[in-house]
Design a protein. Sequence first.
Length: 225
Amino acid sequence: MTLLTVLLLFAFVALGRWQWHRGENRAALWAEYQRNTTPLAMDARAVDQAERFTHARLDGHFEGAHQILLDNMSHAGQPGYLVLTPFVLPDGSRVLVNRGWVPFTGYRDRLPDVSLSDTSTLRISGRVNDLPSPGLASGRAPPAADASWPKLTSFPTQPELEAVLGSKITHRILLLDAVSPHGYVREWTPPGLPPDRHFSYAIQWWGFAVVLLVLYFGLNFRKVK
């Protein structure tokens, strides 16, 4: 029993320290992500080469006729879609811009109205990011190859998107800033658990260690009546 208690105690303390360090790393990542930085002017090549979450600035215009709706995307516990719209740069290259979240209409055959008729040149900013990816490949559904727009899809790959758009796009996308025009709900956060969740897990593991010690001493050093 003593050996088992020592092993479990070591494991609980080590797991608590691991979660605490993960929380510190996540806190540093979130602080860097949320830090206000001046967006850097970029072209398509710079977007693909930039580090994830780099704050970028693009000049060009939206291509509202060809839009992508990412299915099964929730916000505040509500189902909905993320709206991806090609943004055409002055040299003709395209960057997909995540314009934010829109709610589910209540009908699978009735997509939300995300029409965008403004094709004027404008300046937008946002964070460079990767296309959303599922935990399991079974959650994927490529966009349909028919003539209807917008296209409904779940976790598409870049080649699949290029096939339906009929043009090259960057590997990376842009998470549209809240201050930029033509967006929907945009409450971007880094992926993964928030720092507080890791800290709470660490405290739970250390709590298990304390309970284990109390049980051990209670069972082995209680007074014999």
